[in-house]
Ligand binder design. Structure first.
Ligand code: SF4
Ligand code: SF4
Length: 348
């Protein structure tokens, strides 16, 4: 029952006219506040530019169950992209000018079509990103995964919310830090993160508590120093990402009575300088069934691109996307707060 209520709240979060009224005093976190904020500075509505990245969420199956997970992923989830949908995505990629296929999940490598997608996209000359949780590289039956990624020059973007074991395990589960370090060493041994190898390894930080991410450059410096000194690990860049007030993190905020405090913090730190670089301007997000959204967060809130109906990748044309308004709601404060947040880290 609690879960059902939370899902209902989440779905309402996507609708500016109704959202948040159920969560307490709406005057403190007014409904439709994000749209109003854009309007007040003459910046709304947000619109799409040229398409650069096709991000696909191949399903919610994962070997982990992290507390902040905005996908609500885990080992018991059944949602998983079929070969037919994977082929429809590749057909779209072939007829588009997008330079990059960005594969996420769950643990995307657990999808049976993961290697097919990588091989086909690379054969088209597109860049491929694997959003990897690191521990999957050590899981039984995935021993050859790291070699496969290196052989196809797949860029690895890996979550490591802290360089301290205690903080990392608190968010991602006991023992995850030690496994992540082992996986990073395996990637480094293949050349990942090393200058001149052409194998990119980027790490992702997101706050363990209710704070906003600190300065990305400074934190990257600390990460590099700590990981090199303690474990001999190297990597290319650190991406700092804000926790989005949706899904499992939203449930946590509600359970702790912290939802309104967190939203207010995001609103208080709204930064107009983030708007030009928002990832939703230049990417689409495709779900495991092939339906298209402006970003992975909108996908989780079932808020499709406003192109009429529920657009499917098999029917989509790239030209129809340019100039289209972006579907926004109050969770967009998560991307526009402080230094901003995206799948490529901070925006300013
Ligand atoms: S955050 Fe990533 S690794 Fe953790 S449960 Fe979600 S999809 Fe899996
Ligand atoms: S959540 Fe972020 S990326 Fe998604 S539509 Fe809102 S501002 Fe854009």
């Amino acid at each position: 029952m609690v879960r059902k209520t939370l899902q209902w709240i989440q779905s309402d979060l996507a609708r500016p006219e109704e959202q948040l009224a159920v969560l307490g005093d709406p005057a403190r976190v007014p409904a439709g506040r994000f749209a109003g904020q854009l309007e007040s500075i003459g910046a709304g509505p947000l619109r799409r530019d040229c398409l650069q990245i096709v991000q696909i969420n191949v399903g919610r199956v994962c070997n982990q169950t992290c507390t902040h997970c905005h996908v609500d992923a885990g080992p018991d989830r059944k949602e998983s992209m079929t070969r037919e949908t994977a082929e429809a995505i590749l057909e779209f990629l072939a007829r588009s000018t997008a330079s990059t296929l960005d594969i996420t999940g769950g643990a995307p490598e657990m999808n049976p079509n993961f290697r097919f997608l990588v091989q086909q996209a690379r054969a088209m000359g597109r860049n491929v990103i694997d959003r990897c949780n690191l521990t999957i590289l050590l899981a039984p039956r995935y021993e050859s995964l790291a070699d496969f990624l290196a052989a196809h020059q797949v860029a690895v973007v890996a979550s490591l919310p802290c360089y301290l074991e205690e903080n990392c395990d608190a968010q991602r589960g006991t023992g995850v830090f030690a496994k992540s370090i082992e996986a990073l060493k395996r990637l480094n041994n293949l050349g990942y993160g090393r200058e001149g190898s052409g194998l990119e390894l980027h790490l992702v930080y997101n706050p363990v508590g209710l704070g906003l991410p600190p300065d990305q450059q400074r934190l990257e410096h600390d990460y590099k120093q700590q990981l090199a000194d303690r474990f001999g690990i190297v990597f290319n860049r650190l991406f700092t990402i804000t926790n989005m007030p949706i899904s499992r993190f939203l449930e946590d905020l509600l359970a702790q009575g912290q939802y309104e405090t967190y939203m207010q913090k995001l609103i208080d730190h709204f930064n107009p300088a983030t708007l030009d670089n928002l990832m939703c301007r230049s990417m689409i997000s495709v779900d495991w069934q092939g339906f298209v959204y402006d970003c992975d967060f909108n996908q989780m809130l079932d808020l499709p691109i406003p192109a009429g109906g529920r657009p499917h990748i098999s029917e989509l044309t790239e030209s129809a996307l340019v100039g289209l308004p972006i579907a926004t709601a109050n969770h967009c404060f998560g991307c526009t707060s402080g230094c901003g947040s995206s799948c490529q880290g901070s925006l300013t």
